[in-house]
Design a protein around this ligand. Sequence first.
Ligand code: ATP
Ligand code: MG
Length: 369
Amino acid sequence: MAEKIILTGDRPTGRLHIGHYVGSLRRRVQLQNEGGYKDMFVFIADAQALTDNFDNPEKVRQNVVEVALDYLAVGLDPSKVTLFIQSQIPELAELSFYFMNLVTVARLQRNPTVKTEIKMRGFGEDDAVFGSGLPVGFFTYPISQAADITLFKATTVPVGADQKPMLEQTVEIVRKFNSIYGDTLVEPEIVLPPNAASQRLPGTDGKAKMSKSLGNCIYLGETADEMHKKVMSMYTDPQHINVADPGHVEGNAVFTYLDAFCRDEHFGRYWPDYANLDELKAHYQCGGLGDVKCKKFLEKILNEELEPIRARRKEWEKDIPAIYEILRKGVEHAREVGAQTMDEVRSAMKINYFQDKALIEEQVRKYSL
Ligand code: ATP
Ligand code: MG
């Protein structure tokens, strides 16, 4: 068994939100605190963000520190986790370049997450007009993600459900690489959140996924007031018009958030009329329970979870230079690990011309016959 190495990252395209939290951040902090791993890496995927924000470098640059603040706010501890910035590791670009030989265009076109995201980001079919088409860099981002994971020989990748196709593709690339060049890279395993609600948290508008790019987010760093407005205007059940009407909990964002956040103990603290979420749902489904009451309950639970995160963020906001220093040190460590893997990759691929003494001797022999 390979030693446990944990890795994940986020695109600096905006602040992190509660979808990231239930989908991945919460699990990262838990894995960090459990310990027992050789190394844990959490990185800011600025190079990947540039694949669809290439014309907005300032946005990406500004959000690097926002994401780092969110990492520290949720409790990632730089003494236990290597936090780094993707673009500062040139070995990642190098490894991606070699991986490109191992993946076909058709295989990339079949990647369901790529398909969805191409639509979501509005890349047109026709790229006759410069800028409206699909950038090659974006199209090939699953390859770059495979490099992100394998350069660090990650075994354990805690992510949301949208990342499943990426992990599958990474495993394929590792198998192909190892079968052609010899055992070098490690197959990663995805660690998904425990329930469907957390695997893909919907937006406050009820849309399939809370996403920075869709503007339907509750951000980890926002104030209780800002959050209050969003919770109160959340999408529920359009057929639940009068309190007496029976309500639907499926597709009702308030109940999906409760699935992701609510524990039995919350009822004791905030709503002792019910013992657990099943009882609350049953009442809502029968009719006679208003949305506002459910929203207020959700708000209390979210505030309980987010209050310590907001407070820690405020503290770190006072020391921005320290954050850049953490990232710089993280880059240093990540580069050391990456350089080691690339030595192995180059030697496996027979492009280690200056390290391989036997090669020179072999050529000398060939020409001295
Ligand atoms: P963008 O719109 O720029 O892609 P995003 O909000 O989708 O941003 P990413 O940086 O792509 O965020 O995702 C980072 C991590 O958070 C991934 O592990 C992803 O699976 C997880 N994640 C993102 N959104 C959600 C969500 N709504 N529910 C659960 N997990 C999520
Ligand atoms: Mg995304």
